[in-house]
Design a protein around this ligand. Structure first.
Ligand code: ZN
Length: 170
């Protein structure tokens, strides 16, 4: 049985304390990957859209969500993974973007995503213009498609020379 009288708003606020496993300063809610919270009979159904399909952190995120809700007395949690529509950086809250920057990761830059090009290969998209999270310089260079995790790319600042992670748009 679930804790009686729990509202979806309450669940949302609890999920707001669940940190993303890769970027502990940002919650799964601020990241924008929690898309829906609903009750289905006894089950609390949490719908999550990964930042990209095949994100290796998804299992960890599911476990974290279940653990957090179990700690609040919700034992029956169902995680639904929804791949469409795809996660976009528009879903990331302003607080989330600010937290990323404070953590030394350049927040995602808005860019038009050409859906028709997705199947042809994401690699061919031009690298976005990314500002250095350390000094704010726009003079940065992509050094590796993959940073510390597959969700990030590695950049280098041409002014302060600091390498930094950029949270990729998908
Ligand atoms: Zn810099």
């Amino acid at each position: 049985m679930n804790a009686p009288g729990v509202t979806t708003a309450q669940v949302w606020s609890w999920l707001g304390e669940v940190a993303d496993p890769e970027i502990p300063v940002i919650s799964v809610v601020d990241l924008g990957i929690v898309r829906d919270v609903a009750f289905d009979g006894d089950a609390c159904v949490v719908t999550i859209t990964p930042t990209y399909s095949g994100c290796p952190a998804m299992q960890v995120i599911s476990d974290s969500v279940k653990e957090a809700l179990l700690a609040k007395g919700i034992e029956n949690v169902r995680i639904v993974s929804r791949l469409a529509p795809a996660w976009t950086t528009d879903w990331m809250s302003e607080a989330g973007k600010a937290a990323l920057k404070g953590y030394g990761i350049a927040p995602p830059v808005q860019q038009a995503i050409d859906i028709s090009g997705l199947h042809a290969g994401i690699r061919r998209r031009a690298a976005p213009e990314v500002s250095c999270p350390n000094c704010g310089s726009p003079h940065t260079q992509l050094t590796s498609e993959f940073g510390s995790t597959p969700c990030k790319a590695l950049y280098k600042c041409l002014d302060c020379r600091e390498p930094f992670d950029y949270f990729k748009c998908h």
